[in-house]
Design a protein around this ligand. Structure first.
Ligand SMILES: N[C@@H](CCC(=O)N[C@@H](CS)C(=O)NCC(=O)O)C(=O)O
Length: 149
């Protein structure tokens, strides 16, 4: 589909309706691929940023363990598996499946200084990413103190 669009663009006489038909034929997985690719470059209004910051902070404040994740991220998968294997209660927000995900990721960079996912909080304390979680020798104690075990 993309290559057909590109090759058509080199033909000066192509009818605009062809482009519209091609765009309409885009399937949801293709659209979500482009959203994932370009979403982080989209401008976010100050009001949307403020709402995203409030939502991120509320999730951190109201939950013992929060994993800000992306559904396709292998590091996120490892973190969620570790918490699951420990039978910990944890809250996940898959940023790539959320309309505000991109703004929340920016808010998290401001809140925690970390832009990558997973971005993990236990008992309102910023833990870091997957390598930080895996390296925690006192993880069980942290989870117990948070009421997540
Ligand atoms: N060392 C980090 C690696 C995390 C990482 O590279 N995550 C990727 C996703 S798999 C990421 O955040 N990429 C930037 C993005 O998705 O915006 C960790 O252990 O958490």
């Amino acid at each position: 589909m993309i290559s057909s669009l590109m090759s058509q663009s080199r033909v000066a006489s192509v009818h605009p309706a062809s482009y519209i038909r091609a765009l309409l034929s885009l399937q949801p997985p293709t659209i979500s691929f482009f959203k994932r690719l370009f979403g982080s470059f989209a401008a976010t209004s100050p009001a949307a940023m403020s709402a995203a910051t409030t939502r991120a902070q509320s999730l951190i404040n109201d939950n013992a363990v929060v994993v800000f994740s992306k559904s396709y991220c292998p590091y996120c998968h490892s973190s969620k598996k570790l918490l699951k294997d420990l039978n910990a209660k944890y809250t996940v927000l898959e940023l790539d499946q959320d309309d505000e995900g991109s703004a929340i990721q920016t808010a998290l960079a401001e809140i925690s200084g970390q832009r990558t996912v997973p971005n993990i909080f236990i008992n309102q304390k910023h833990i870091g990413g997957n390598s930080d979680l895996q390296a925690k020798t006192d993880l069980k104690e942290l989870l117990e103190a948070a009421g997540a075990l």
